[in-house]
Write a protein that binds this ligand. Structure first.
Ligand SMILES: Cc1ncc(COP(=O)(O)O)c(C=O)c1O
Length: 386
């Protein structure tokens, strides 16, 4: 379900501005960031919250988090440059991701930005830098639910080799990254820490207690029943304890993406056309699923904010693009009298949907942001379709 602020904001902005547009609630984002810190700090007083740029690099979002004292998690040189220009000092950035070019690694080294090494190739490149590497973390591979190793990070014999190379270069290990992938559930974090317990203990000892333990992102939005952030924090703390680390002594780093932004963004469209086909009612919107691509992998709340309680009609909701598969949802409840001009809000579009959106036929929609009692354009409509 959408919250009242997004519902009311969508109607207010749509009255003054053309659809489709994205709407983002900066105020709720800030409140969630604070709440996330509060919840995790109860288990881990030495906590760093590093927002995952890839989830939504919108300047209004990242600058708000920089202003709140956050840290940035980036996965490319382009994101690293954005983070610097958004106001994150190099000491408040961590460089992650499966592929980093030698030039990107050299930039991180020059700035002293810690790098989470994903492969031995990358470690070789880092150790070959003329002025030596920046702080080096090791991304530890984890096994998925199917028991298979993830493609990310280093498996045990690669970790042993990486430690040997770092020892030989007289470089300490700054930290580890034991991320388990998105929405894997709290136990997956605990199990990953347990699997790597011996390595964690060894590295913590060598680092004299100053080992950064990064468990990545993958958490749900705030307040999902039974899956609140406190459940994740407790599972990670249990994993640390069982692995022989005291949570109050661990420098814990988390990299939330979706959990901080997804539910605070929406795609706002209007009904462009209504048709009947084979006994079904179709509503064609003025924006397409190319603007909210995760509707194909996950259910999103979809509402008619002018008549939220009026659910007597059932609709197949289609996008504005010229292909049959441009379908937001097959069976959406809405007012029986839904008609061209009605505002429709596709919620859950604050993470991944905006950066994944691709242009086709129409320019990129603008982004409007709610902040306090006002709203403003934070990214203009694109002016090209190619
Ligand atoms: C290394 C890393 N950190 C953080 C994230 C953010 O994950 P989420 O959006 O599930 O919180 C991702 C997502 O792909 C990731 O790969």
């Amino acid at each position: 379900m959408l919250n009242d602020r997004l519902r009311a904001g969508a109607l207010e902005v749509a009255e003054r501005c053309a659809t489709p547009f994205y709407l983002f609630d900066l105020e709720r984002l800030g409140a969630d960031y604070r709440e996330m810190e509060r919840v995790w700090r109860r288990e881990f007083p030495n906590l760093t919250v590093a927002y995952s740029y890839k989830t939504n690099p919108l300047a209004a979002v990242t600058r708000r988090l920089a202003a709140l004292g956050g840290t940035a998690e980036v996965v490319s040189g382009a994101e690293l440059s954005l983070a610097l220009s958004d106001g994150f000092a190099p000491g408040r950035i961590v460089f992650d991701g499966p592929v980093k070019s030698p030039a990107e690694l050299a930039l991180a080294a020059r700035l002293g930005v810690p790098v989470q090494v994903d492969s031995l190739t990358e470690l070789d490149d880092l150790l070959a830098l003329p002025d030596g590497p920046p702080p080096v973390g090791l991304r530890l591979a984890t096994r998925g639910g199917d028991g298979e190793w993830s493609r990310f990070g280093l498996v045990p014999d690669e970790v042993a080799r990486a430690r040997e190379l770092l020892d030989r270069a007289d470089r300490p290990v700054w930290g580890v990254h034991a991320g388990v992938g998105t929405l894997s559930g709290p136990d997956a974090y605990r199990e990953a820490l347990l699997f790597w317990a011996e390595t964690l203990r060894d590295l913590a000892k060598a680092a004299e207690g100053r080992l950064t333990v990064d468990v990545g992102g993958g958490f749900p939005p705030r307040g999902v029943p039974g899956r609140g952030w406190e459940v994740y924090a407790a599972a990670v703390a249990a994993g640390c304890r069982e692995a022989g680390l005291r949570p109050e002594k661990v420098d814990l780093l988390i990299e939330p993406g979706r959990s901080l932004v997804e539910e605070h963004g929406a795609l706002v469209c209007r009904v462009a056309v209504r048709k009947s086909r084979d006994g079904r009612e179709l509503l064609v919107l003025d924006g397409g699923t190319n603007l909210a691509r995760t509707v194909k992998s996950r259910a999103h709340p979809i509402e008619f904010p002018a008549a939220p309680g009026d659910l007597d009609g059932r609709y197949r909701l289609l996008g504005a693009n010229c292909y049959e598969g441009d379908v937001f949802a097959d069976d959406v409840a809405g007012p029986a009298g839904a008609a061209p001009g009605d505002v429709v809000v596709i919620g859950g579009a604050g993470g991944y949907d905006q950066p994944f959106a691709h242009l086709w036929v129409r320019p990129r929609p603008p982004v409007h942001a709610l902040d306090g009692d006002t709203w403003s354009v934070v990214r203009e409509r694109g002016d090209t379709i190619r």
